[in-house]
Design a protein around this ligand. Structure first.
Ligand SMILES: Cc1cc2nc3c(=O)[nH]c(=O)nc-3n(C[C@H](O)[C@H](O)[C@H](O)COP(=O)(O)OP(=O)(O)OC[C@H]3O[C@@H](n4cnc5c(N)ncnc54)[C@H](O)[C@@H]3O)c2cc1C
Length: 498
């Protein structure tokens, strides 16, 4: 069987597609838009099980919209002297920003402010121990080109100027410290997904809504048969494709298991849902400009670090606080309760059990969150905003995260919190598992996929085009200060962030 089945057809001969994208979220959308730029003559089809794209994790109200850049996420730097993870996330976001800016230049993001808004990222911590930690973290980061604009303060008046709601009604002499990166971002990943899918569609791709894929089979000729059901008519459909991307979010593992590729043998998923508190009261919203992160509670998974965020969605500003962990056996918000059980196989049952035993503190944390009363939950927000009034806030259910559980040589099973690109069958299929930092890093993830799965094309022509679209991609971790500043200025102007 050929590793990569030769492409002999041109568009118009629809017998075999070049690429099928499963799922209409930010990941498929990013890959589709990249292919539209790199290889516009390819035939591409996107299948989405729901009636519209961007209805799951990529919907703006199903995630926090943080343009994760490592500025405020303390969980990336438990050791304040080790900036490796923060630097890496900052570099990755910088690449996403460059790609989006190039789309703004080509007219593919006609109104960047509908997608990305300038929103400072802050940390706010209390008590001697955390203040010392934050000071050290700042000292480590400030010399790095992508972080040099970060500010630090232990002065309550200064912090009040940055974020008035956090200091009002805060009495006593407890040490307080904050960092701020003024030119950080809030991203409407739903609007971005739609714009990217529109770019994909303009290059000739077909988008099939209400089409749920349930079978992936590789034929003797190396092409994939992608089959499923049209949920509107109940009719079956099948397409053949040389390459399949499984961008199905929480359902990605399920589909990769159906494809029977050995690379996912032993893998499992564990769903963690999220709830936010939302406030639309303009009198409060207009007094807060930023995304403020703090320290996570004991046993909390890294993505449950609480934050008080300004959001800009459909031109309207709101505040969001959370996330609070929720639990359901659904792997998608619009999924089914049976979902989790369909991913349990003889090959991963032991791995799942071992991961459960190694994460009892997480289980305890989840149970504590689930049984917490509304007032106990609300009291968490007062850590950031002492004067918060419950009447101004209401809960909203966010997306499901399907955390990846992997086989581990010593522990048997390990629960991970990152994003995992899995490729198989000679690079003819790839899928994205996991959810964090997720949408913000979709661009470097997809550039990586293109290099791994289409090595020859990448070397022959795509890398040159990609380097124009994302100039920092080949340049290591951000370049020197002048280069980074120039790039931030240019991309900021193109995305109307300045
Ligand atoms: C609570 C929460 C907060 C988050 N906060 C942030 C944040 O602040 N910043 C950030 O960068 N990221 C954040 N993320 C992560 C980010 O939202 C995700 O990483 C990203 O949206 C995942 O995109 P996706 O395209 O892989 O999946 P999704 O957006 O979930 O899209 C998958 C799509 O596939 C479709 N689908 C599934 N199965 C099938 C099938 N069989 N056939 C056809 N279609 C199918 C689904 O209907 C869905 O539309 C957050 C996530 C959550 C849950």
């Amino acid at each position: 069987m050929p590793a990569h089945p030769e492409r002999t057809t041109s568009r118009g001969d629809s017998a075999i597609l070049d690429v099928v994208l499963i799922g209409g979220g930010i990941m498929s959308a990013t890959l589709g838009a990249m292919l539209a730029k790199l290889q516009p003559d390819w035939s591409v089809k996107l299948y989405e099980r729901l009636g519209d794209v961007a209805q799951e994790s990529s919907d703006p109200w199903n995630n926090a919209g943080t343009g994760h850049s490592g500025f405020a996420e303390l969980n990336y730097m438990p050791d304040p002297a080790n900036s490796a993870k923060s630097e890496e996330i900052a570099r990755q976001f910088h690449l996403s920003r460059q790609f989006w800016a190039s789309l703004a230049t080509s007219g593919d993001l006609p109104d960047p402010s509908a997608v990305i808004s300038p929103t400072p990222h802050m940390d706010l911590v209390f008590g001697e121990r955390d203040v010392t930690y934050l000071r050290k973290r700042y000292e480590t980061l400030r010399s790095l080109p992508l972080f040099s604009a970060m500010e630090y303060s232990e002065d309550r008046a200064q912090i009040a100027e940055w974020a008035p709601l956090t200091m009002e009604g805060r009495f006593g002499s407890e040490p307080v410290a904050a960092t701020r990166y003024a030119e950080a971002t809030d991203v409407d990943f739903g609007a971005l997904t739609r714009a990217l899918i529109e770019t994909t569609r303009r290059a000739g791709a077909m988008v099939e809504l209400n089409h749920e894929v349930d079978s992936l089979t590789r034929g003797e000729d190396g092409t994939w048969s992608v089959s499923g059901t049209d949920r509107k008519t109940g009719k079956r459909f099948t397409a053949r494709s040389r390459f399949v991307f499984v961008g199905a979010g929480g359902y990605a593992l399920k589909l990769m298991q159906k494809a029977r590729i050995p690379e996912v043998r032993g893998f499992g998923v564990f769903p963690i849902g999220a709830e936010f508190l939302r406030c639309d009261n303009p009198a409060i919203v207009e007094r807060h400009n930023g995304k403020i992160y703090g320290q996570a509670a004991n046993g909390a998974p890294p993505m449950s670090v609480p934050h008080l965020d300004k959001r800009v969605i459909d031109g309207k500003e709101s505040l969001l606080f959370g996330p609070y962990a929720t639990f359901s056996t659904k792997l998608l918000k619009h999924g089914k309760l049976i979902d989790l059980f369909t991913t349990v196989k003889p090959g991963n049952a032991l791995v799942l059990a071992a991961a459960g035993l190694h994460n009892l503190s997480l289980v305890k944390y989840l149970v504590t969150q689930l049984v917490a009363s509304r007032s106990a939950k609300f009291s968490e927000i007062t850590t950031f905003y002492p004067g918060a009034n419950p009447a101004d806030w209401y809960p909203i259910q966010a997306g499901q995260r399907a955390q990846v559980i992997k086989p581990h040589p010593r522990k048997i099973g390990e629960l991970t919190f990152g994003t995992e690109l899995v490729t198989g069958a000679g690079g003819t299929i790839a899928g994205l598992l996991g959810a964090s930092p997720g949408a913000s890093t979709a661009v470097p993830i997809m550039l990586n996929l293109l290099q791994v799965c289409f090595t020859e094309r990448w070397d022959a022509s795509w890398s040159a085009i990609a380097n124009e679209l994302v100039p920092g991609f080949g340049a290591g971790s951000g370049g020197d200060q002048q280069e980074v500043d120039d790039n931030l200025r240019q991309t900021g102007a193109l995305l109307r962030l300045s």
